[in-house]
Design a protein around this ligand. Structure first.
Ligand SMILES: [Zn+2]
Ligand SMILES: [Zn+2]
Ligand SMILES: [Zn+2]
Ligand SMILES: [Zn+2]
Length: 146
């Protein structure tokens, strides 16, 4: 077991990250996430379906009535989902795990990319840190995060 502790810790991390980036209606990764007035986010298709023809209703999570149909795209959440998805993937160029996020290019890069001339002058941060940054808006009201 000790041999794999590092790997399993990484897996645990990416699992946690993904769990937080799941729509509570379809229980899958957000697709075109929208944010409601109460601060909760859902896939656009999910909340639209959930509310039906009236186009308005309660927030399925906090039951807050939302009289106005107001679905604002949650771009930062969408970005966090893309980043979390990258945790499973490898760099096409170097076949290395994508562990970093280049803030300039807004793209995922591997260890080798990071050292390359292309990104050396760029701000490159660990993928978990990037996802944290992007999901701040989404999880602002999450009590676990204070
Ligand atoms: Zn959904
Ligand atoms: Zn809510
Ligand atoms: Zn690479
Ligand atoms: Zn770059």
């Amino acid at each position: 077991m000790w041999r794999n502790w590092r790997k399993s810790r990484d897996e645990q991390k990416s699992k946690e990250l993904r769990d937080e980036l799941v729509c509570s209606i379809c229980l899958d990764s957000f697709k075109d996430p929208v944010i409601l007035d109460c601060g909760h986010s859902y896939c656009q298709a999910c909340i639209t379906k959930c509310w039906g023809a009236s186009g308005t209703g309660l927030c399925p999570q906090c039951r807050k009535p939302l009289p106005k149909r107001e679905l604002r795209p949650n771009k930062s959440l969408e970005e966090a989902v893309n980043i979390a998805r990258g945790l499973d993937e490898e760099c096409e160029k170097h076949e290395e795990v994508l562990k970093f996020f280049c803030k300039e290019d807004r793209t995922l890069v591997c260890r080798v990319c990071r050292e390359s001339r292309e990104h050396r002058a760029h701000t490159v941060i660990p993928i978990e840190a990037a996802a944290e940054e992007f999901k701040v808006g989404h999880l602002r009201r999450n009590p676990r995060r204070g």
